[in-house]
Design a protein around this ligand. Structure first.
Ligand SMILES: [Zn+2]
Ligand SMILES: [Zn+2]
Length: 175
């Protein structure tokens, strides 16, 4: 029987592989609990919590960088060897379908994901590629503009430009 000690963002988990189905199960009490927030989010949106799903949601909730499939895979794979890139992709698609996470279409070549499902906009820096959250956006006018008879499901507010850090960098190079 294979046992694993997993550390994800300072949370330590003990997992044991079930021989029959190869799934990992929690054993004993984790030294530091895997975020209840992640597990609760899954349950709240009707998603059956598995270790991999909790780990992926936990990563989304504790990394506000709007990560890509590749980033999540690279971060979690060392701790969960059974995790594949396809699983990460399918899990994120499930989250998005169920409304438990957002998929940002701001960059066409690389979908980015967000665990923050509150109403907020995104600012993409065209230099460093970072996506920053923009809060306090008023969506009231946007909502009122929906043509009559149409049913609104989502509003995405995207900004594109250059972040503070990138501007500071170019300024200091020029000076
Ligand atoms: Zn930047
Ligand atoms: Zn966001």
């Amino acid at each position: 029987m294979k046992e694993l000690i997993v550390k994800i963002d300072n949370k330590v988990l003990y997992l044991r592989q079930n021989k029959k189905c190869n799934n990992y199960k929690f054993i004993g009490r984790p030294m530091i609990k895997l975020s209840n927030e992640a597990q609760n989010r899954l349950i709240q949106y009707g998603i059956k919590p598995s270790v991999q799903r909790i780990a992926i949601m936990d990563y989304l909730l504790s990394n506000k960088t709007h990560p890509t499939v590749d980033e999540i895979y690279l971060a979690l794979h060392p701790f969960i060897p059974t995790l594949s890139k396809t699983t990460v992709y399918n899990t994120l698609s499930l989250f998005v379908d169920k409304g438990a996470a957002l998929c940002l279409g701001i960059e066409l070549k690389n979908a980015r994901f967000d665990g923050d499902i509150s109403s907020h906009g995104h600012f993409l820096c065209s230099d460093c590629g970072d996506i920053h959250d923009v809060f306090d956006i008023s969506t009231e006018g946007l909502m009122n503009a929906v043509p009559e008879g149409f049913v609104l499901e989502d509003i995405h507010v995207y900004y594109r430009g250059r972040c503070k850090e990138c501007q500071a960098r170019t300024c200091s190079v020029n000076n």
